[in-house]
Write a protein that binds this ligand. Structure first.
Ligand code: G6P
Ligand code: ZN
Length: 543
């Protein structure tokens, strides 16, 4: 088989963002775009010769083609072995697990997470390092540098590898091992949770709906929930991955998982509802008439962690991204364990997990995970909840009410303004940044500002510093406003406004969050001039 050296030149816009390189699918399909980036990954990691990688993704449109290109490029550059999920499928947490379990030199995940797929949707390529987590800044910047200097890439001329059946093949001298995407992951889950208890829960008539949103967790949820745990067939819906996610938006939040939300608020609602995103790392938890915010979810998991076999000895520490509500901090205080505040992006948890400083992590963006892998993990969060419910024998609503009575409630919501003109968005952030120092003591829409700063993070393990990670403003009566621009969008700018209000009055724990936050919302608007600057009357997405 011939190895071709193809001449190319740098392509703009190949800087990895919050989570790898994410672009319109059509951009990835342009000549040399994917190849340039993959060759730059090889360069950025010091070459792929003799290395073993994991490869898989969420099955979105173009994944099958991209996987074949990557295999041919790995072979052309002398990789020893590539472990590929059958049909190029691997959920993000399952890929992370395989990288760790098989002690590989890393892996490539093909996904744009919760963004829609298809020729007019999004595509993405992410490199994960040998610890199983997304490459840290040091590696991604080397990859980015390489994209700016590339002049050739190497690719093998060969037929497609048949990825439809598990087994071993070869491509030139590179071994291609095709594995069942679910098996190792399911085994890991059975080691973490009390599967006997969960089987008994379902056998006792507990009802659940898991919406896989036509994305990658379908096969995992069918195998684990319906197969291993005995939940009735039909528990998992939209369980067959489709290249365009059934035309939907595979983001598990109340907007995009509306069908599930409606069912959970209807008269025949099951006991428990959950959903996961395109690549299986996000989760949404919803009880009967009771949506659980991701910020509350991680707090509940932390508070109840010792009920789960793997965490029965307690937690070394917990971590949350800065915009995530401080509900977790309240639990950490009681548990007397450290609570770290990191910038948005799962990669920032990596060092804390590796160093054993944090056991459990969570983000407001529907990500929850632990030190079992180095990615957030949707189905793991769902099983965690099930394990807690099985032990405590209460409904989700009662569990939440009890949690808030014990710890207080952090009312929380995120308001997103999507596809805003980038100049308008940047000016809004710059102007707010410019006046932060003067804000304390001033009053906006009736709220007095207590403190204001721009978040920067000093990694306690490697000493690296991440600057400009979001503007945060607290008010004297327990409110907090965070403003930052999304790092994962592919079009225009997305302004995220994170709103929080702490409440400990037992009489006020049961309010509608938007109503409870209305003062803070007004304050945020007065502070930023958002509605006037963007011309938007309301957010595009409220989570
Ligand atoms: C991805 C990352 C998360 C991050 C989320 C939102 O899912 O893995 O760590 O919280 O995107 O990021 P954004 O920059 O769009 O707010
Ligand atoms: Zn995802």
């Amino acid at each position: 088989m011939d190895i071709l050296t193809i001449e190319t030149s740098p392509i703009d816009g190949q800087k990895p963002g919050t989570s790898g390189l994410r672009k319109k699918t059509r951009t990835f399909m342009e000549p040399h775009f994917l190849e340039n980036f993959v060759q730059s990954i090889w360069t950025g990691i010091g070459g792929v010769t003799g290395k073993t990688l994991v490869l898989g993704g969420d099955g979105r449109y173009f994944s099958d083609r991209a996987a074949q290109v990557i295999l041919r490029m790995a072979a052309a550059s002398g990789a020893a072995k590539v472990i590929v999920g059958q049909n190029a499928l691997l959920s993000t947490p399952a890929a992370s697990n395989l990288i760790r379990k098989r002690k590989t030199d890393g892996g490539i995940i093909l996904s744009a997470s919760h963004n829609p797929g298809g020729p007019d949707g999004d595509f993405g390529v992410k490199f994960n390092t040998p610890n199983g987590g997304p490459a840290a800044e040091g590696v991604t910047s080397k990859i980015h540098e390489a994209t700016k200097e590339i002049s050739t890439y190497r690719i093998m001329e060969a037929q497609d590898v048949d990825l439809s059946t598990p087994g071993t093949q070869s491509l030139g001298r590179t071994e291609i091992e095709i594995v069942d995407p679910v098996e190792d992951y399911a085994e890991l889950m059975s080691q973490i949770f009390d599967f006997d208890k969960l089987r008994a829960l379902f056998a006792g008539g507990f009802t659940m709906r898991f919406d896989a949103m036509h994305a990658v967790t379908g096969p995992y949820a069918h195998a684990i929930l319906e197969g291993m745990l005995g939940a009735p067939v039909g528990t998992v819906v939209n369980g067959t991955p489709s290249p365009d996610f059934g035309g939907g938006h595979p983001d598990p939040n109340p907007i995009w998982a509306k069908t599930l939300m409606d069912e959970m608020h209807g008269s025949d609602a099951p006991d428990f509802g959950a959903a996961s995103d395109g690549d299986g790392d996000r989760n949404m938890i919803v009880g009967r008439n009771c949506y659980v915010t991701p910020s509350d979810s991680v707090a509940v998991l932390a508070a109840n962690a010792t009920l789960v076999p793997r965490y029965s000895e307690g937690l070394a520490g917990v971590a949350r991204s800065m915009p995530t509500s401080r509900a977790l901090d309240r639990v950490a205080l009681r548990l007397d364990c450290d609570c770290y505040e990191t910038p948005t992006g799962w990669k920032f948890f990596g060092n804390l997990l590796d160093a054993g400083r944090a056991t459990l992590c969570g983000e407001e963006s529907a990500g929850t995970g632990s030190d079992h892998v180095r990615e957030k993990d949707g189905l793991w969060a769902v099983l965690f909840w099930l394990n807690i419910l099985a032990e405590r024998e209460v409904s989700v609503a009662d569990l939440m009410a009890d949690h808030w009575r014990t710890y207080g409630r952090n009312y929380y919501s995120r308001h997103d303004y999507e596809e805003v003109d980038a100049d308008v968005a940047n000016a809004l952030v710059d102007d707010l940044r410019g006046k932060l120092a003067d804000l304390p003591g001033q009053t906006f829409a009736g709220q007095t500002i207590e403190a204001a700063d721009e978040f920067a993070y000093d990694d306690p393990i490697d000493g690296s510093r991440a600057e400009a990670q979001g503007l945060r403003v607290t008010t004297t009566d327990g409110g907090r406003i965070v403003v930052r621009l999304s790092g994962t969008g592919t079009e225009g700018a997305t302004i995220r406004v994170y709103l929080e209000k702490a409440e400990t009055d037992p009489e006020k724990l049961d309010r509608d969050p938007q109503e409870a936050l209305s003062d803070i919302v007004a304050c945020a608007d007065a502070l930023t001039g958002l509605s006037e600057r963007t011309g938007r009357k309301k957010p595009d997405v409220i989570t």
